[in-house]
Design a protein around this ligand. Structure first.
Ligand code: PMP
Length: 323
C-alpha cells in the first residue's frame, strides 16, 4: 500500500508518524523531563533554525541531557525530515518542525525496555493547523487577560529552558478560556507582579515611539522576540527590556505578542480595556510588514488565506482550551 503518512525522525530512523513510539516509562512521562523547539518555514525554508538549535542545545546543557547528535547533525536531520515530507505539503503549506528531546528511560525501568538513552524526535506538520482561526486576529487584535495563575520565576524553575513542564501555562489557559467574549489570551505575571509572557508568546508595548519588552529574567527568550529587536534596529526604533506593570499596558500606545507560528499578533485590549487608538497600531503594522518583506512571505495574508481555504480548520488554536 502506498504510504500516505508523514515521516518522523526517531532515534536514527525515519518512520511513519503512526509508528513513532517511545516507552511509557520515559522520563518525559514521569517528570515532564524533556526539552523541545518549534520552528517554521517561510517559502519552505526553515527560519532561524540555527538559533532554535542553539537554544535547544543550551536547554540540554542546563538539564544535563546527553545529545547523541551534534548541532550540525541535528540540522541535517531536520532538513532530511522536511525533504522527505515535502511531497505531502501542498501549495503554499509551510513546514512546522517540532524537535522533542527526552532524557529517556528512568534507570529502574531499563530492564523492562531496551530503548534506554536520549530520545530525539523530529516531526513535521503543516503550519496551517497550528495557526487555525488566527487570521482575523491581525485585524481584531487579542484581548489579554491576566489570570490568577502566576508564571514560575527563574529562581524556582528556569523558563529560559524550553521544557514541557507546562502545567502552569495550561492552568492559565483553562482560567482564561472561561473569560467572556472572544480572542482572549493569557498574559502571566511573575510573583512580583511584573508582566512576563503569554503561554506561548513574548510581550511588547509601544510607548512614545519606543518598544518596551519584559526583562529577559523570568521568560522564555523567544527567537521571534530577538528578531523584533533586529527589525527595530533596522527601522531605527529604540527598544528596551524593562519591568512592565499592568498600568504600563493600559497607558501604552500599542501592544503586541510574538511567537514562531504567527510572528507578531496585535493586542487590542487588556481585560477588554482598549489599548491605544487603533488596532493594529502603526509600529506593530510596520514591524509586521518589515518582517514579511524580509522573509518574502506576506505573513498575514498567508495565514488568512489558509483560514479561508479550509473552514474545518477554524477550530480552537493551541493557545486556548476548549472543553
Ligand atoms: N514564551 C513561551 C512560554 C513560549 O512557549 C514561546 C513559544 N514557544 C515563546 C515565548 C515564543 O518563543 P519563540 O519566538 O521562540 O517561538
Amino acid at each position: 500500500m502506498e504510504n500516505k503518512e508523514r515521516i518522523v525522525y526517531l532515534n536514527g530512523e525515519f518512520v511513519p508518524e503512526s509508528e513513532a513510539k517511545i516507552s511509557v516509562y520515559d522520563s518525559a512521562l514521569m517528570f515532564g523531563d524533556m526539552i523541545f523547539e518549534m520552528t517554521r518555514s517561510f517559502n519552505k525554508k526553515q527560519f532561524k533554525l540555527r538559533e532554535h538549535l542553539q537554544r535547544l542545545y543550551n536547554s540540554a546543557k542546563y538539564l544535563e541531557i546527553d545529545m547523541p547528535l551534534s548541532m550540525i547533525e541535528m540540522e541535517q536531520k531536520v532538513h532530511e525530515v522536511v525533504n522527505k515530507n515535502d511531497v505531502y505539503f501542498q501549495g503554499d503549506d509551510e513546514h512546522r518542525i517540532m524537535i522533542d528531546v527526552t532524557r529517556g528511560l528512568l534507570s529502574i525501568y531499563q530492564s523492562v525496555d531496551q530503548r534506554a538513552g536520549t530520545n530525539i524526535i523530529i516531526t513535521d506538520f503543516p503550519l496551517k493547523w497550528t495557526v487555525r482561526n488566527m487570521g482575523k486576529l491581525y485585524e481584531q487584535g487579542i484581548n489579554l487577560v491576566i489570570p490568577s495563575q502566576r508564571n514560575i520565576p527563574a529562581s524556582l524553575l528556569e523558563p529560559k529552558v524550553k521544557n514541557r513542564s507546562r502545567i502552569h501555562y495550561l492552568k492559565a489557559n483553562l482560567e482564561v478560556s472561561k473569560y467572556a467574549g472572544e480572542n482572549n489570551w493569557a498574559l502571566l505575571l511573575d510573583p512580583d507582579g511584573f508582566i512576563t509572557e503569554g503561554t506561548g508568546c513574548n510581550f511588547f508595548i509601544v510607548k512614545s515611539g519606543k518598544l518596551i519588552t519584559s526583562e529577559p529574567r523570568n521568560i522564555l527568550r523567544g527567537i521571534s522576540r530577538d528578531y523584533v529587536f533586529e527589525l527595530a534596529y533596522k527601522l531605527g526604533i529604540p527598544c528596551v527590556e524593562k519591568n512592565i506593570e499592568p498600568y504600563d499596558i493600559y497607558t501604552a500606545d500599542e501592544a503586541f505578542v510574538t511567537g514562531t507560528p504567527f510572528c507578531i499578533l496585535p493586542v487590542n485590549s487588556l481585560f477588554n480595556t482598549k489599548i491605544g487608538e487603533k488596532t493594529p497600531g502603526l509600529v506593530t503594522s510596520l514591524l509586521l510588514k518589515t518582517w514579511s518583506d524580509c522573509v518574502n512571505v506576506n505573513v498575514v495574508e498567508q495565514i488568512q488565506d489558509w483560514n479561508s481555504q479550509d473552514a474545518k480548520l477554524s477550530g480552537v488554536s493551541p493557545y486556548s482550551v476548549e472543553k
